[in-house]
Every structure is written in structure tokens, then in C-alpha cells.
Design a protein around this ligand. Structure first.
Ligand code: NAP
Ligand code: MG
Length: 489
């Protein structure tokens, strides 16, 4: 990086009037039980933990922590519902319930968006425009497939699996619940789902929606708790499949625990995606894409473009544009519609991000951060980039899961491909160029499950999503996402 390049003369504090989304219309209880067999039950463990708002550290609600007796009850209710009701119901009837859930999510979109932002720290613009609409879209999409499985898999006699255990992370809480529950129901399975400890609320609101939709009791059970609750689900003998989204390390430990059993699995794990910008790319558009790729949801995105590979001939101008754009981002109250960068999800995640930022500095990389006022309370990390990064640096190899971009340069296409593929992960990548032939060349050579061209972080329920290498196995979304919940001949 040329140190003569100065950032814009701007201190990062916009003087915009606050535009806060109201919290008047939301309905939250002080305490949530476990959603088992169609009702909310006190946990047999008698244990509760608190969920907080990461932008001010205030407690929002108390959440039940499911123990082994609770999990036994949840799995039993899912098994009974599978054997007696759901697997016997004509598929077109099943799809009516799924449509109903989709419509209720739309009706309650505003409330769900506000709760997602309160509990998780992401900007309200993102919860409102991305998380909640995509959750509804997923239910709509899979509702349409429920009675067409024989057409989706001709001559393969598709059959449901039974009770599936689903474990999800904290970065897209409602959307991940939708990605898991919708295809499982469409294929005739019943569910025991555990949201992440720090973001259980929208899954519990979804449980209320499921009640309202009159889904037969036990078809979906939502059990809250920490990693130990997740383990109980993984190891339960009546669970036939584990659908896990989370870190590679926990994914590996789950694979070890189910090795030698007949349990099926899909694993959506970590990533270290490269955004590759060629000198023929529309640069301003690419800057927007790179910013969206890494700073969307504070970088809490498995497929985040956390590495930037920029062609050497445009490096200087591109980094200058990128720094200028970063300096115009607004960090602050996630409920404010002006906010671009919300709160980091938890204290422990902030500690992890800061640890990597220190590692980057100690490795000799050059740091640039948004210069802005950080709120007194809550967990915050300004958008950060590192230049002078080499391939062997830890910040170029390991998933940080925060708003930290590691930038490297390349000269030739082959060098870009080699560098992009040189990590243990293979979830996603982005290519920015004016030339379609270059896009096709790269998409065939990059080891990534999802590759975006001249855009980034675009999701659609019709499109399969998932990774290679240590980013996991199996696909969610599209027809591939149905296959993962079926036994086929
Ligand atoms: P995590 O620590 O692996 O946790 C994921 C879920 O597993 C949480 O519900 C967690 O519960 C639970 N869990 C923890 N230990 C467990 C165990 N031993 N057995 C069973 N369940 C267990 O991941 P995270 O920190 O929540 O999420 C960040 C990670 O998820 C990143 O690595 C990211 O790349 C990945 N991710 C991947 C995708 C994808 O589609 N590939 C999508 C989103 C996120 P608690 O949280 O309550 O402890
Ligand atoms: Mg929370």
C-alpha cells in the first residue's frame, strides 16, 4: 500500500437525525420455555439463561436451557408426530401448513425484523430487507415442492427419513431456522431444532407462528440451550439425521460422534472466501461488492468475502476507493435505519475478532479502520482492512467471522486462482471482471460451492448453497436441499 495515499478528510461521524425503528409493536415475554409437542413447557432441567441486546448489554428475556430429559421429551414428541400424523398425511395437506407458516412470517415481518436486530445486533435494514423476506421465501419455495417429490426425483421413490435434529448458529437466526425447517417439513420429516444460545428469540417467535398455523403438535419442536444441549440432540438414538450449520471445529466433533451410526448428516461450516477483482472490472461497483461482501452483518457471514485479491495494476486506486467508502459507513444503534454497521453479536466474538486484529498487526500487515465514535456500551468493531498481507499470514488463512478484510494482490489469472484456493475452506468466492469468458474460466477452477460474478452475498431459495473441503458437505436450497432430507432409491 502506498503510504502517500491519504483517506478522505472526514471523521466518520455523520450528523444525521436518528431514524429509530419503533419497538412498540413487538411482543416479547420475560421468560421463554421449550416448544415441545405444540406448547411452551417449563424445562425439566429447571434452568434458564439470559439473552441480551449486544448493542447495550441489556437483558431482553430469560430462555430455557434444555437438559437430557427435555431432549428425550422433544425427540419422543417428534417421533410420535412422525409415526402417527405427519408421515401419513397426504403431501398436498402438508404443503398447506408450510404455506401458512410462510404467510404468517410475512404478516409478522416487522416484529420479527425488530426482534432479530435487538437480539443479534445486526442493522434493522438487513433484518428487514434480507433475513425476514428470505425466511418467508424459503417456506414458500419448499411448500411448492411438498406434493411434487416424485417429479423432483423421478423413478427414485423418495421417502422421508424420520426425526431430524437441526442445530443452527447466531448469524442469521430466523433465516437459518427457515433453511432447516422448510425442506424437512416438505419432505415429510419431523424436527427438533436448537437455535444458538445468544439468538434464540426469533426461533421462539417462529414457534409461536407454528402454533398459530395449527401445525400438528410435535411436528416441529424448538429446544433452546447451549452446546451441551446440541450434543444431546446429536447423540440421541432416535434422531435419523443431523443438519448442522456452524463452525468447522464443532462440525468435526459432530462427525466424530455420529461416525459408525446410520445417521445422515449435512454440514454447513466455516469459510474464508476470496473476492477477486480484475483490472477490467467496473471498479466502483466492485468496491460496493467488496464492502457488502465483508461488512454485511459485521462480517458474521460464513460466505463473507473476507479476503480480497486485487490485480496489481489497479491496487493503488482500488484501495483508495475502498478506504474512502469505508470512511463513509455509519456504525451505531442497529435499530437506526441509517446504520450500516451494527453490534458484534457477543463479547466472546468481539474478543476473537480483536485477537485476530492483534495477530494481523504483529504479523506486519498494515491496518486501516473506520475512524468513528464507538458507543460506550455494547460490543463494537469498526470495519477494518489489512494491506501488506502475505499468503502465510494467519489473517489470510483462518476464519475471523468479523468485519476484517485481508488484502493481497495478484498479477495473473493462475496466481489469483492458486491464492484463492489456498485455504482449508471452499464455501464461496466472488469474481469481478468485464469478461464473461474470464468468469467461466474461474468458476470452473475455484474450489467453492457458491461463486458470485460481479455481485456478492445474493441468496435465493431456488439456488443450492454449501461448501467443499472443510466448509462441509451437503447442500441447502433448491432441489439439492430436498435430497438431503430424503431416502432415495
Ligand atoms: P458454533 O460455535 O459451531 O455453534 C453452532 C451451533 O452449534 C450453536 O447452536 C451452538 O450452540 C451449537 N453447538 C456448539 N457446540 C456444540 C456441540 N459440541 N454439539 C452440538 N452443537 C453444538 O458456531 P457459531 O459460532 O454459532 O457460528 C459461527 C460459525 O458458523 C462460523 O464458523 C460460520 O462460518 C459458520 N456458519 C456457516 C454457515 C454455512 O452455511 N456454511 C452459515 C452460518 C454460519 P451455542 O451457540 O448455544 O453454544
Ligand atoms: Mg442476544
Amino acid at each position: 500500500m502506498n503510504s502517500n495515499i491519504q483517506p478522505l478528510e472526514f471523521n466518520g461521524d455523520w450528523n444525521l437525525s436518528p431514524s429509530l425503528e419503533s419497538t412498540d409493536h413487538i411482543d416479547l415475554k420475560d421468560k421463554y420455555g421449550l416448544f415441545i409437542n405444540g406448547g411452551f413447557l417449563e424445562p425439566l432441567s429447571n434452568k434458564y439463561f439470559s439473552t441480551i441486546n449486544p448493542s447495550n448489554e441489556n437483558q431482553i428475556s430469560l430462555i430455557a436451557e434444555a437438559g437430557s430429559e427435555d431432549i428425550n421429551l422433544a425427540v419422543k414428541s417428534a417421533k410420535d408426530a412422525y409415526e402417527n400424523v405427519w408421515s401419513k398425511m397426504p403431501a398436498k395437506e402438508r404443503s398447506k401448513y408450510i404455506y401458512r407458516i410462510a404467510r404468517l412470517i410475512q404478516e409478522k415481518a416487522k416484529e420479527l425484523a425488530v426482534i432479530e436486530t435487538l437480539d443479534g445486533g445486526k442493522p434493522i435494514r438487513e433484518s428487514r430487507d434480507v433475513d425476514v423476506p428470505l425466511a418467508a421465501a424459503h417456506f414458500f419455495y419448499y411448500a411448492g415442492w411438498a406434493d411434487k417429490l416424485d417429479y423432483a426425483f423421478p423413478n427414485r421413490n423418495p421417502k422421508s427419513i424420520g426425526v431430524v435434529g437441526q442445530i443452527i448458529p447466531w448469524n442469521f437466526p430466523l433465516m437459518m431456522a427457515a433453511w432447516k425447517i422448510a425442506p424437512a417439513l416438505a419432505t415429510g420429516n419431523t424436527v427438533v431444532l436448537k437455535p444458538a444460545e445468544s439468538t434464540s428469540l426469533t426461533a421462539l417467535k417462529l414457534a409461536e407462528i407454528i402454533q398459530q398455523a395449527d401445525l400438528p403438535p410435535g411436528v416441529v419442536n424448538i429446544v433452546t440451550g447451549a452446546g451441551s444441549t446440541g450434543k444431546l440432540i446429536v447423540n440421541h438414538k432416535d434422531i435419523k439425521k443431523i443438519a448442522f450449520t456452524g463452525s468447522t471445529s464443532v462440525g468435526k466433533s459432530i462427525m466424530k460422534s455420529i461416525a459408525g451410526t446410520s445417521k445422515k448428516s449435512t454440514m454447513e461450516l466455516g469459510g474464508k472466501a476470496a473476492n477477486i477483482v480484475f483490472d477490467d472490472a467496473p471498479l466502483d461497483q466492485a468496491v460496493e461488492g467488496v464492502v457488502n461482501g465483508i461488512y454485511f452483518n459485521q462480517g458474521h457471514v460464513c460466505c463473507a468475502g473476507s479476503r480480497l485479491l486485487v490485480q496489481e495494476s489497479i491496487n493503488e486506486i482500488f484501495i483508495r476507493k475502498l478506504r474512502d467508502r469505508i470512511q463513509s459507513l455509519i456504525l451505531g444503534n442497529p435499530l437506526d435505519k441509517n446504520t450500516d454497521i451494527g453490534a458484534v453479536n457477543s463479547k466472546s466474538q468481539l474478543d476473537t475478532i480483536n485477537k485476530y486484529i492483534d495477530i494481523g498487526k504483529n504479523e506486519g500487515a498494515e491496518i486501516f479502520q473506520l475512524n468513528c465514535t464507538i458507543p460506550d456500551k455494547g460490543f463494537w468493531c469498526p470495519p477494518t482492512l489489512f494491506t501488506n498481507v502475505s499468503q502465510s499470514h494467519v489473517i489470510a488463512q483462518e476464519e475471523i467471522f468479523g468485519p476484517v478484510l485481508a488484502i493481497q494482490t495478484f498479477r495473473t489469472i493462475d496466481e489469483a486462482i492458486t491464492k484463492a484456493n489456498n485455504t482449508p475452506y471452499g464455501l464461496s468466492a466472488g469474481v469481478w471482471t468485464d469478461k464473461g469468458s474470464k468468469v467461466f474460466n474461474l468458476t470452473s477452477k475455484l474450489n467453492a460451492g457458491v461463486i458470485w460474478a460481479n455481485t456478492y452475498n445474493k441468496f435465493d431459495p431456488t439456488s443450492p448453497f454449501g461448501g467443499y473441503k472443510e466448509s462441509g458437505h451437503g447442500r441447502e436450497g433448491g432441489l439439492h436441499g430436498l435430497e438431503a432430507y430424503l431416502n432415495l432409491e
